[in-house]
Design a protein around this ligand. Structure first.
Ligand SMILES: [Fe+2]
Ligand SMILES: [Fe+2]
Length: 198
């Protein structure tokens, strides 16, 4: 399916607010793609489809999960916000004919992240986090950081998310912890190899 047809279909599936959010994510993801030198078409497809499973009505969402035979882990099952990314990856594959595993993973892990994310996964994750309508303390710093050091931007966003989840008494998905840990390990490794060279 080409971009224009995906857009037409998406408009029918997700609500207007979600669709407009999607277009903002596409825009920022494309700008990040230039900085991190990733294929623009891949980024556009992943960003366009990242919320294709985000049905507002929980009953519709759960019905789709069943329809697509998705097996959810216990944390995702108990947090409806996490379900749409798993569902989205399946819909992207079966309905929108996406076969590229990197695009499918970028959709699947855009809410929690995961360890050793690809650059496309990172771009979709952070584009969703910093799109222009997002507004919270420290957002401007993360927006700037996203274009300079995407790993650091993701570490900060994971830390914000973990703090928020704890404040609200919600469940933390292990992938959120793994994302932060893997990026901090990478940061430490890079700093060590930098100081070895001095
Ligand atoms: Fe989402
Ligand atoms: Fe989103």
């Amino acid at each position: 399916m080409d971009i224009e047809n995906i857009k037409k279909e998406l408009k029918l599936e997700i609500d207007k607010e979600r669709y407009n959010h999607t277009l903002r994510v596409v825009d920022i993801a494309k700008r990040l793609a230039l900085v991190y030198r990733i294929d623009e078409k891949k980024v556009e497809l992943a960003a366009l489809l990242h919320d294709c499973g985000k049905y507002k009505d929980i009953d519709v969402l759960l019905k789709k999960v069943e329809e697509f035979g998705i097996i959810l882990d216990i944390i995702s099952k108990n947090n409806h916000h996490l379900i749409h990314s798993h569902l989205g990856a399946e819909i992207a594959k079966k309905k929108y004919d996406i076969v590229d595993e990197d695009i499918l993973n970028a959709i699947k892990y855009h809410t929690t992240g995961r360890r050793d994310m690809s650059i496309l996964e990172k771009v979709i994750f952070i584009a969703d986090y910093i799109e222009p309508e997002r507004d919270f303390d420290g957002i401007e710093d993360i927006r700037k950081l996203a274009f300079e050091d995407i790993d650091e931007a993701i570490i900060v966003s994971m830390e914000n998310t973990i703090k928020y989840i704890i404040d609200k008494g919600l469940l933390i998905h292990p992938n959120t912890i793994s994302t932060r840990n893997s990026l901090i390990l990478l940061r430490n490794k890079n700093r060590r190899s930098w100081s070895d060279r001095q």
